[in-house]
Design a protein around this ligand. Structure first.
Ligand code: SF4
Length: 318
């Protein structure tokens, strides 16, 4: 399978500064030495509890956040060192959809202006062709030509996410990072947006990184799944393999917490006990050891590596 994006030892640390001189007193290790490959045409899920670093990793991949360390290669090219016009041109190929479409759409711009903007920024198409393209984009995402002169606040949450999707596909990217794209929507609307994303993937040959805290949504849309805990990837496998044979105790707890028909929502905290430790001062050894029912002395002092070929896991049990 062709590799489209490859992250090698990527870190994203946010410094905490104090005092008059703004000295760095600590770092929030939001992404801590992550290596990952994404294959062309697949949907790779990034899943974990809130605060595990999955959204930060998504934003670092597209360089909305500059990585603290590591390398990101896109189409075989080092994406981390690109600057100015080169970076802008490369970014045409990686777009992002955010959780809150209202916050990501400028409320002062009409839908037409929002969808014309990518072409204006990159100096693409004449004005007549841009107008035709905007109408085409609206049709592709299930909106009407009459919506072109309306403002984001005139739409429902689901329609606003359709506008975000139209903007994301405008420049015909190869990859879209979908950051919790349905978490803010009603359950009845979620399926429509997920189906739209699937249709667009087939039609436009898109590759997705799909970030979500909700393993049942991830199960529905992803081909492969990477599980994150406290800034690190702890397990990667195909969807079938991960659900049939989850190896990491954290993945097992996430799967056990998926609500089943007739049951209320089960909380991951209840099944594991305790909170996610602070990424400012993560535990020694395996970061998961304070919550792991199988932790041994080795787990408390030595950090396991992510290992395996088709099914990777970082745990001393394997
Ligand atoms: Fe649990 Fe140890 Fe495996 Fe970490 S390495 S997940 S603490 S058994």
């Amino acid at each position: 399978m062709e590799v489209l994006l490859e992250a090698k030892n990527v870190k994203k640390h946010f410094p905490i500064r104090k005092g008059l001189l703004s000295r760095v007193v600590a770092n929030v290790k939001a992404v801590d030495d992550v290596s990952l490959t994404v294959h062309r045409g697949e949907t790779l899920g990034l899943v974990g509890e809130s605060g595990c670093g999955k959204s930060t990793l998504g934003r670092t991949m597209i360089r909305l956040y500059e990585p603290t360390a590591g390398e990101i290669r896109f189409n075989g090219r080092d994406f981390t060192t690109l600057k100015g016009g080169e970076l802008r041109r490369a970014r045409k190929n990686i777009q992002m959809i955010f959780q809150d479409p209202y916050a990501s759409l400028d409320p002062r711009m009409t839908v037409g202006q929002i969808l014309r903007q990518p072409f204006e920024i990159h100096g693409l198409l004449g004005s007549a062709a841009r107008e035709a393209k905007v109408l085409d984009l609206l049709k592709i995402v299930g909106l009407k030509p009459s919506h072109v002169n309306r403002y984001p606040h005139e739409f429902s949450g689901g329609q606003r996410q359709r506008i975000s999707i139209a903007r994301a596909i405008a420049l015909e990217p190869e990859m879209i990072i979908c950051d919790e794209p349905v978490s803010a929507l009603d359950v009845s609307i979620q399926a429509q947006i997920l189906n739209l994303l699937k249709d667009l993937q087939d039609r436009l040959k898109l590759t997705y990184i799909f970030v979500s805290h909700d393993l049942s949504v991830i199960e529905h849309v992803c081909d492969r799944i990477a599980v994150m805990y406290l800034g690190k990837i702890v397990e990667v496998a195909t969807r079938e393999e991960l659900f049939k044979n989850p190896k990491h105790p954290y993945t097992q707890a996430l799967i056990a917490a998926i609500p089943r028909v007739g049951e209320g929502k089960r909380k991951i905290k209840k099944s594991l006990g305790g909170e996610v430790p602070s990424p400012i001062n993560p535990p020694s050894g395996c970061y998961f050891h304070p919550r792991c029912p199988h932790a041994t002395e080795k787990c408390r002092t030595q950090t396991p590596k992510l290992e395996g070929s088709l099914h990777e896991v970082s745990c001393w049990l394997y």
